[in-house]
Design a protein around this ligand. Structure first.
Ligand code: NDP
Ligand code: 8X3
Length: 250
């Protein structure tokens, strides 16, 4: 039976690559983000392969999340796969120099936004005794690096929420797991450095970072395991990376 995946942060990077990968594998899509032009372009392109519905909302607003998900047409309302992916780092500063608006953004988007979407979708999965939730964490959720303070805190929270979801949903038929990437070259660093492209490019210089397609391929692998198999927590780094601070750059 054709499945439906709901992907947050589908307009760029890991979410967009996952949308493309899923479409090529015949999975219907609900694609979310704030940039309507990008959502329209994806709908046009991927609509040739599968059924695609787009939702434009800011994940920070619980009202907007509820209204958007309640508006889903019947044919998209039964979500089989939820990819909790929307998120970013904002800034890279010591705790004493950090910007509180950046802190708000990271906690509101990466943590509370993920919770709002999950809250709106999990009940129908439980009612149908079926569903698969993939939370996109990070190596930043497994360790803390200099100036990463609040971003790392937000991803440690995703790690805890992933574990909590799996515990609470045990026995309901809903599978829960996290995919935690290391350095992936996307718009992530452009957002972190507020459009400073040179600074963003420098992050990925001198080694081969992961591509968003690598993560999409892994996510697809995770969601296509037999029902008795749940990949609970997966960490993936570029070969050149050993930890957040140890990267073999030439
Ligand atoms: P991108 O910047 O390329 O993509 C981020 C996505 O999140 C965009 O589609 C953006 O859509 C969406 N988003 C951001 N803010 C909001 C918001 N307020 N409301 C709704 N959607 C929002 O980054 P990545 O693809 O790299 O990041 C995706 C996830 O992967 C994040 O959770 C990130 O923390 C995680 N990650 C990234 C790594 C990396 O090295 N790149 C490594 C480990 C984890 P729009 O702007 O249209 O709203
Ligand atoms: C993104 C990876 O190391 O830039 O989560 O925090 S890192």
């Amino acid at each position: 039976m054709t499945k439906t995946a709901f992907i947050t942060g589908a307009t760029s990077g890991i979410g967009k690559s996952t949308a493309i990968h899923f479409a090529l594998k015949g999975i219907n899509l609900v694609l979310c983000g704030r940039r309507q032009d990008r959502l329209d372009a994806l709908q046009k392109e991927l609509g040739k392969e599968v059924q695609v519905h787009t939702l434009n909302f800011d994940i920070r607003s619980k009202e907007a999340v509820q209204v958007a998900i309640a508006s889903l047409p019947k044919e998209f309302s039964e979500i089989d796969i939820l990819i909790n992916n929307a998120g970013n780092a904002h800034g890279l500063d010591t705790i004493q120099e950090g910007n509180v608006d950046d802190w708000d953004a990271m906690l509101d988007i990466n943590v509370k936004g993920l919770l709002y979407v999950s809250k709106a979708i999990i009940p129908q999965m439980v009612a149908r005794k079926s569903g698969h939730i993939i939370n996109i964490g990070s190596t930043a959720g497994k360790e803390v690096y200099p100036k990463g303070n609040v971003y790392c805190a937000s991803k440690h929270a995703v790690d805890a929420i992933n574990q909590g979801m799996r515990i609470d949903l045990n026995g309901t038929g809903v599978r829960v797991g996290a995919v935690n990437p290391g350095l992936v070259e996307t718009e992530f660093s452009n957002v972190r450095f507020k459009g400073d492209e040179n600074r963003a490019d420098d992050v990925y210089k001198g080694f081969q970072p992961l591509k968003s397609e690598d993560i999409a391929d892994i996510i697809h692998f995770v969601v296509t395991r037999p029902y008795h198999v749940n990949i609970a927590d997966l960490v993936v780094m570029p070969t050149a990376q050993a930890s957040s601070t140890i990267v073999d750059k030439n």
